[in-house]
Design a protein around this ligand. Structure first.
Ligand SMILES: C[S@@+](CC[C@H](N)C(=O)[O-])C[C@H]1O[C@@H](n2cnc3c(N)ncnc32)[C@H](O)[C@@H]1O
Length: 519
């Protein structure tokens, strides 16, 4: 069992606070072969800037500049010593009033009961292995007593976690063997022992069980449908592709370990032919995966890697975004026909491989129009495959393909008020603070009045107090903006862009914040 742990430590994803180490890769790939297949569209909207320079004091000007682009920031940052917390320089910062981003969220959003549940779960870190075991047994018992559908869901998800657990074990063994061949391997052994004796594996399994219970509860309450891949042979759920995916995962994991251990400057950089399309921060080999976001290897294995890290609960965490999305769609559909109802338009910014979009499509009316934006042509290629696969499983052959757009979140090529809802997942922890503000402004700009912007990302300080002191360690997975992310009062970016805070939920390692654009 202990061999699982190092694997969990290096697979690409957006958190795992106290499981940390890293390594990296390189790889070159032909961008042209992929970009040629992608659709683009021209921007015809204009950007808005809600900031009134006249109204701000000189200190606040500094704050405004802080949010405005790398160049200006580069000048201002000379004013900030390395020991200073950037927030402390800005009197208007919520950091002066709220002890953590979670506290700020609490003052702004309607919280569902899961927010407090996850704050309290193992709050002081005192739960024992027996406690985790009885949590898992409790969840299993409730599923068993919940009727046929509940049992089906549980069995399906148990096998899901079993598969990703086996992946983790395999990747872990392979990496240990590799390390033994190339070094004395002592450090890793100690790491493995330390983690294994602290009940980490049982804790992770208990979190998976609780996540499934929360996901199923949403399904039972009719907030969204059960996952479309429970009974279909889709790409991720096809026994024929398990072997290939595991082989790809293990190969990628071994490379990641090797690079993580080296952690050279070269390992930390993605090699991108810089034609001005890719911002400086994007040249990071995030998670030390093969060439960051810019390789076919990393795109091929991304879903398997993240699910391995989370022992299968990644989809359930992402589906928290379905709750506000589906609710909004229903509200729109409920409007009388005479009010000029049009097909719902949904945009996902930084969509990665587009897996979430398949769940969104499965839950929204078939005539809805979906647009997927990402900066990686390799990931966009996977979006196309996932979308094709999902559509091939639908009876309705008239469902349109997703529109795939290669663009930056901070410069969206769409008209103002074009979309009913905009979703953005696991992007914000990977970008500088000022870019978070720019992308929030862009998402707000392209959202219709009365529409929704839904942000799903890693937890921040205060969301699970037990992790507060360790969550920043994820930075070591070559996540240069992570420490800033966990301290950032995210709603501020959206409020500055004219949106209002609506709801917040948490599921294990993920939070979902929903914003509304006033009518
Ligand atoms: C951690 S992945 C998340 C992918 C997906 N949303 C998910 O949840 O699986 C981050 C994604 O953001 C994309 N990305 C990073 N910076 C971006 C930017 N400025 N604009 C658009 N996409 C960006 C990357 O290419 C990558 O696909």
């Amino acid at each position: 069992m202990s061999t699982l742990i190092p694997c969990l430590a290096f697979v690409p994803s957006h958190l795992y606070s106290n499981i940390i180490k890293s390594d990296s890769f390189h790889g070159t790939s032909s961008l042209a072969s992929v970009t040629g297949e992608l659709e683009t569209c021209e921007k015809d909207g204009t950007k808005t800037d809600n900031t009134s320079q006249d109204e701000v004091t000189s200190q606040q000007e500094l704050s405004v500049n802080f949010r405005r682009g790398l160049d200006e920031f580069a000048v201002q940052k000379d004013l900030i010593s390395s020991e200073d917390d950037a927030d402390s320089l800005f009197p208007s910062s919520p950091a002066h009033t709220f002890s953590s981003p979670a506290e700020y969220d609490k003052s702004k959003f309607q919280l569902d009961d899961r927010v407090q549940f996850w704050i309290d779960y193992n709050r002081n870190g005192t739960m024992t292995e027996e406690d985790f075991q009885s949590t898992i047994a409790g969840v299993a018992g409730r599923f068993a007593a919940g009727g046929n559908d509940a049992r089906q869901y549980w069995l399906r998800h148990l096998s899901r976690t079993g598969y990703f657990f086996a992946n983790a074990a395999l990747g872990s063994v392979a990496s240990l063997v590799q390390q033994k061949l190339h070094s004395d391997g002592e450090g890793e052994d100690n790491f493995v022992k330390a983690m294994a004796t602290s009940g980490v594996i049982l804790r992770l399994l208990s979190e998976a069980a609780l996540s499934y219970e929360q996901d199923y509860d949403n399904i039972k309450k009719g907030k969204y449908k059960e996952p479309h891949d429970m009974y279909t042979l889709n790409a991720q759920n096809n026994p024929l592709s398990f072997g290939r995916q595991t082989a790809r995962f293990v190969a990628e994991a071994m490379g990641t370990m090797a690079r993580r251990n080296r952690a050279s400057e070269e390992d930390k950089r993605a090699r991108i032919r810089d034609d001005g399309r890719y911002p400086a921060y994007y040249h990071t080999a995030f998670h030390y995966q093969t060439n960051g976001w810019m390789s076919r290897e990393s795109a091929n294995v991304y879903e398997t890697s993240t699910e391995t890290l989370f022992l299968g609960r990644q989809d359930a965490m992402q589906r928290t975004a379905l709750v506000p999305l589906v609710a909004h769609a229903r509200q729109q559909r409920g409007r009388p026909h005479g009010s000029g109802r049009k097909p719902l338009r949904v945009l996902e910014v930084a969509c990665g491989t587009g897996r979430f979009m398949t769940f969104a499509r499965d839950n929204l009316p078939p005539d809805s129009e979906f647009t997927a934006v990402d900066l990686s042509p390799f990931y966009l290629q996977k979006v196309k495959e996932n979308d094709r696969n999902w559509r091939s499983l639908q009876r309705d052959r008239s469902i349109k393909p997703v529109q795939i757009v290669h663009a930056k979140g901070e410069d969206l090529p769409f008209a103002e008020e074009h979309f009913d809802a905009v979703v953005c997942m696991y992007l914000y922890h990977e970008i500088p603070r000022e870019v978070r503000a720019q992308i929030a402004a862009e998402m707000a700009r392209v959202t219709k009045k009365g529409g929704r912007v839904i942000l799903t990302d890693s937890l921040q300080k205060g969301d699970r107090p037990v992790n507060d002191n360790t969550m920043g360690n994820f930075e070591k997975m070559n996540e240069p903006f992570y420490r800033d992310y966990i301290e950032d009062f995210l709603p501020r970016h959206f409020e500055d862009a004219g949106l209002e805070c609506l709801t917040k939920t948490v599921l294990s390692s993920t939070k979902t914040l929903t914003f509304g654009k006033p009518l």
